[in-house]
Design a protein. Structure first.
Lengths: 335, 242
């Protein structure tokens, strides 16, 4: 490894240590840290919740990094796809009631429908709007996805208004010890996110189609002369990315409220994660997601009025990583 | 002597490709004989690699025909041409550096045989070029010569009928080159057609049965090695007017 490489990774590691220490420092400064048993238990709870939340973030970050890795398309509509997944879940959750049947469709079960739908939407977007511009200047697909994002927000607003929606799902807590507890919905989300991410990872590693996707990501020109129809790979990849985003949307919807505008927040989160983890790198996205989830929760816990500061964590991590080590923790060197 | 239709593997007719004001290929017609090793030579910038790119769909021609089994391939996407049984290697090897040797072999698409047979074929081909020991090594960790062998064996995964090799000897040590040439002859014995672009004249003159010479985007000569060696126009193209 080159000297500058080693330096930049140490610098980034140093920055991350500093970033994690900062909420503690602010906590000490504002006297919101107590060194008693209860506070430590709360800290453990918060860190655990952060980890769980990170798992959900990983869902859509993995989709985004896949799209970028294969096509070099910066999909700024990714958060909107997440929200679309949340709305699909909400619709299916309430559908039986609207039809006068007294049951609810389990949000996890609704993925059986919402994921294929999101896949088809992503597939169609790539086929109709993006295939023609992939490989050209990066600004063109970026602007197209920007337009798609705005259109999605407006369509969702038109159908569902700007009201916040929530899905009441498994609100109980699981007690690990008497004082450390974590929401059941969070654990379920994390488990599901882990399962889906791992399935995608194994698919990319083992399946022939997965290998073709990786091959296209590494070198599209070579993939073409090795018989790979890269255009259909692009469509499948965008479909897969959209399905992952929608899966993230389902998992988000059972924990937090959402409205059509929430998408932007998730776009930023996904970008912060893939920049930190390394654009196009799957494992990097997983690590980045867990790191962001934890730091967000630490800030909310220790910094006074911290909930309002949480978004700074994502922006701050993104900006500083770009300045210190643009390729992130595990991304390939560009150029 | 003109070849009979059945003796032609690839019939290139009046191929043109311009890049801005530069005429990279300017009305080139070539008839590559079936089941033989042909050489495509010419000074630097004569249009050899562009011709290869046109034949394999990497670049689309402005005009002209590329007839293969009676079908015009001009303008088809590379993966379609590949699936018709035409494969190639590159002047500078292009392998997937972040995939293992075995994964590189398996990354080839469009095979209509079951997965088990694909894996078996990959194993056989790796054995054919002595890469079995490096099966799980990442492409990026292989030596340049080994990468060339990997690219070469990957090109054989589909059991192609026509193989285009762009400078197979470049950057390869003599021992490996002898090995590679042995493999090329073995393929020819199996009835495959091979076209080589090469600067190494020993390779071209000793191993090709027919040679085509290009200069400034046009074919200036074709014939047997001894005919080409004695061709005044070819000597002028390489060394200038004497």
């Amino acid at each position: 490894m080159e000297k500058s490489e080693v330096r930049s990774i140490y610098l980034l590691a140093g920055f991350l240590v500093f970033a994690y220490a900062l909420p503690f420092a602010v906590g000490v400064w504002t006297d919101s840290i107590f060194y008693d048993r209860q506070w430590l238990a709360d800290l453990a709870t918060v860190a655990l919740s952060g980890l769980m939340q990170g798992g959900v973030y990983a869902m859509f970050a993995v989709g985004l990094t896949l799209i970028f890795g294969v096509m070099r398309v910066i999909n700024v509509a990714h958060g909107e796809l997440v929200v679309l997944g949340a709305y699909l879940t909400w619709v299916m959750f309430n559908m039986p009631e609207w039809l006068g049947i007294d049951v609810y469709v389990d949000p996890l079960l609704s993925m059986v429908v919402s994921l294929p739908l999101a896949f088809l939407l992503g597939y169609g977007i790539q086929k109709l709007l993006l295939n023609a511009v992939v490989g050209g200047p990066e600004l063109t697909p970026l602007l197209i996805t920007f337009g798609i994002g705005i259109s999605l927000v407006n369509i969702v607003e038109w159908i569902f208004t700007t009201d916040y929606h929530t899905i009441p799902y498994e609100p109980d807590a699981i007690h690990l010890t008497a004082s450390i507890a974590v929401g059941k919905n969070k654990v379920i989300s994390f488990g599901m996110a882990f399962l889906i991410s791992m399935s995608v990872y194994i698919f990319l590693k083992v399946a022939r189609l997965g290998k073709a996707i990786r091959a296209t990501a590494q070198n599209a020109d070579v993939a073409m002369v090795c018989g790979i129809n890269i255009y259909s790979i692009y469509m499948i990849t965008f479909g897969l990315g959209a399905a992952l985003a929608a899966a993230g949307g389902t998992l988000v919807s059972i924990q937090f409220g959402f409205n059509p505008e929430t998408g932007l927040q998730y776009t930023v989160v996904a970008f912060a994660i893939i920049i930190l983890g390394g654009r196009g790198n799957f494992i990097g996205a997983l690590i980045g997601a867990l790191m962001l989830g934890v730091i967000e929760n630490l800030i909310a816990f220790m910094v006074p009025n911290g909930s309002a500061m949480v978004e700074i964590a994502a922006y701050g991590l993104m900006i500083c990583t770009l300045l210190i080590r643009p390729r992130g923790l595990m991304g390939a060197k560009e150029g | 002597m003109a070849l009979h239709k059945d003796e032609i593997a690839l019939d290139v007719q009046d191929l043109h490709k311009h890049f801005g004001g530069i005429k990279a290929v300017d009305g080139c017609s070539l008839q590559f004989p079936k089941g033989k090793i042909s050489g495509l030579i010419g000074p630097n910038g004569s249009g050899k690699t562009t011709t290869f790119n046109l034949l394999t769909g990497v670049t689309a021609p402005d005009s002209g025909k590329i007839l293969y089994n009676g079908e015009n391939l001009a303008g088809l996407k590379p993966y379609k041409i590949f699936r018709k049984g035409i494969t190639r290697t590159f002047q500078i090897t292009r392998i997937y550096r972040e995939m293992t040797t075995f994964e590189n072999m398996l990354s080839v698409a469009g095979l209509s045989i079951p997965e088990r047979e694909v894996r078996q074929r990959a194993e056989e081909l790796m054995d054919f070029v002595n890469l079995t020991g490096l099966r799980d090594e990442y492409g990026g960790n292989l030596s340049y010569g080994q990468q060339k062998l990997l690219e070469f064996s990957r090109a054989l995964m589909t059991d192609p009928d026509l193989i285009l090799l762009d400078e197979p000897a470049a950057g390869v040590n003599r021992t490996l080159l002898v090995e590679l040439l042995k493999h090329i002859h073995e393929l020819q014995e199996q009835g495959k057609t091979i076209i080589i672009v090469e600067h190494d004249m020993n390779v071209i003159m000793n191993h090709c049965e027919k040679i085509f010479v290009m200069d400034y985007g046009v074919k200036i000569a074709e014939g047997l090695p001894e005919e080409i060696q004695a061709n005044k126009q070819v000597i002028e193209a390489y060394f200038g007017h004497t």
